[in-house]
Design a protein around this ligand. Structure first.
Ligand SMILES: [Zn+2]
Length: 195
């Protein structure tokens, strides 16, 4: 398994292929068949369910290359955390990326609720509860609350992952990297978030 640095370089070069309109990995069944043995992914990505942000496509990754988890607003829960623990602990992946995106509906809904809008019922309320601290940190009345809270929420998700019992030691030793990034819906570009 490669280092976190080479894993990140591979991901970002895939995004450059995608942005330049020159992806090399088509999604055809020969690629599926070629990857039908044991899996050896090199990264795990946690992104939003937004239909405009298909992770394998925007990083130009083929079958078997990356594990992808998507939830509304890339919210963590135990199922998500357990899945990432599996990929890191059992498959030996060295890079975890949390990918937020502009105009995220989950974050926008949370801003609306915190501004006095009606709270959603059901399990959707869980997503709002998990995103709310990022919105509050930015300030719900800030005119740039949505883009700022999207960034803050991604970085909070990164921090939560780094603090995981199984990840803290390998992160401290440099064997595992957890990074936050942002997807630009217009250009297709992914940029790493500054901390
Ligand atoms: Zn979203």
């Amino acid at each position: 398994m490669g280092s976190p640095r080479t894993a990140l370089a591979e991901l970002l070069s895939g995004n450059r292929r995608f942005v330049s309109g020159q992806p090399v990995h088509g999604h055809d069944v020969t690629a599926a068949a070629a990857a039908s043995g044991d899996q050896q992914p090199y990264a795990v990505l946690l992104g939003c369910i937004d239909s405009r942000v298909p992770l394998e496509a925007i990083f130009d990754q083929t079958f078997g290359a990356i594990c992808v988890i998507r939830t509304g607003g890339h919210v963590l829960d135990r199922a998500v955390l357990g899945s990432i623990e599996y990929v890191v602990g059992e498959l030996g992946v060295t890079l975890v990326m949390v990918l937020g995106h502009e105009r995220c509906g989950a974050v926008a809904s949370t801003v609306d609720v915190l501004r006095g809008g009606r709270s959603p019922g059901g399990a959707l309320a869980h997503l709002v509860d998990q995103i709310a601290p990022a919105v509050t940190e930015v300030g719900v009345d800030d005119p740039r609350v949505l883009p700022m809270a999207i960034r803050r929420h991604a970085l909070r998700t990164v921090a939560a992952l780094r603090a995981d019992d199984l990840f803290a030691a390998p992160v401290a030793a440099g064997r595992l990297a957890v990074v936050g990034a942002l997807y630009d819906l217009t250009t297709g570009e992914v940029t790493l978030l500054e901390e």
